[in-house]
Design a protein around this ligand. Structure first.
Ligand code: SF4
Length: 330
């Protein structure tokens, strides 16, 4: 069923030209003197049963995209389509049924759990807020969620500080699953965990997806983890998507010079294989004063004069048409 959905590519959520510009205020009168272009015209779809990996250096806007998707922050422009409806401008009340369909797991499982609530109450809270079940029925649902994420129902009485980091992230996953969402945004969900625990949590997320239509937007700077969990990967640079492709295509044949550089920095676990290093120089420019034309031109080893004045759009790559790339030369 999932394979059929992926073949037919039914979008669980579709984002069109999404923008988030934060005002920069200065002076006594707090006048707006500029804007941080955190997300600047991003379009993508996440299909049913699919994991879309979203990668890029810190500050590129990937976490902002995740928060915009759930409307934890309000978009400046663009649309977010869920079940054929644009949820980007809906009121809180209109948004309520759609809220159930999209959940988020944050990076730090400790700070995202209320230390005064038992683990069972934390996982059951979304059910209570949405009036889905009560009393014994709710307790049974929560117990089932605990088992689903590899925790014992007896642990429902324990408090967050009584769990390990990996177990706390399992609680967060159980809470995210409570309302039966279509899409879960994982914002660096394993970055704060020990490496040995990261694999367990990643495998749990993959197990939960198997045989269901659950979709993930998996935001991470760790390309090895993204390669393991994703079906497709989107690469962001300074608020824009610069390349999107199937995981295998992007990891074996990256088209954008920035993707090339990101991938060349990933260690290969086989000493016989040497990957050519294509390191980009310099820091990511300020999202307030972005370079003209292609925002990557100040760091790109292939930049030509055209790159300084003309902004490239996402289009099929000449050598790999299934890849969408924003580069004048590819
Ligand atoms: Fe480099 Fe120009 Fe391509 Fe931008 S458009 S990535 S500067 S070659």
């Amino acid at each position: 069923m999932v394979e059929a959905a992926q073949k037919q590519r039914i979008p669980a959520v579709e984002v069109v030209d999404l923008k988030k510009h934060f005002p920069v205020k200065k002076g006594l009168l707090r006048r707006t003197v500029g804007h941080v272009h955190a997300v600047d015209g991003v379009s993508f779809a996440i299909y049913e049963g699919e994991t879309l990996g979203l990668v890029g250096e810190s500050g590129c806007g990937k976490s902002t995209v995740g928060r915009l998707l759930l409307r934890l922050i309000e978009p400046s422009a663009g649309s977010i389509m869920v079940d054929g409806a644009d949820v980007s401008r809906m009121s809180k009340a209109e948004m309520r049924p759609y809220r159930r369909q999209m959940q988020i797991i944050f990076q730090d499982p400790f700070s995202s759990l209320n230390p005064r609530m038992s683990a069972g109450d934390i996982v059951g809270e979304p059910l209570m807020v949405h009036g889905i079940s009560r009393g014994k029925e709710r307790a049974e649902r929560v117990a089932a969620l605990f088992e689903r994420v590899g925790l014992r129902p007896a642990q429902m009485r324990n408090f967050p500080h009584e769990f390990s980091g990996g177990q706390r992230q399992r609680i967060c996953i159980a809470r995210a699953l409570a309302l039966g969402p279509k899409v879960i945004v994982g914002d660096e969900p394993v970055s704060a965990l020990d490496v040995s625990i990261q694999a367990q949590v990643i495998n749990l997320l993959m197990d939960l997806q198997r045989g269901s239509n659950l979709s993930y937007l998996f935001i991470s700077h760790n390309l090895a983890v993204v390669e393991h969990i994703s079906h497709r990967v989107a690469v962001m640079y300074l608020g824009r998507i610069v390349e999107v492709a199937e995981k295998k295509t992007i990891f074996t044949s990256p088209q954008h010079p920035y993707t090339e550089a990101l991938l060349s920095a990933v260690p290969v676990p086989d000493p016989a294989i040497k990957r050519e290093k294509r390191l980009v120089e310099g820091d990511v420019p300020s999202p307030v004063n972005r370079p003209s034309g292609c925002h990557f031109h100040t760091r790109c080893p292939y930049a030509i004069d055209r790159c300084k004045v003309e902004e490239p759009t996402l289009k099929p790559a000449a050598k790999s048409p299934e890849t969408l790339v924003a580069c004048h030369l590819r």
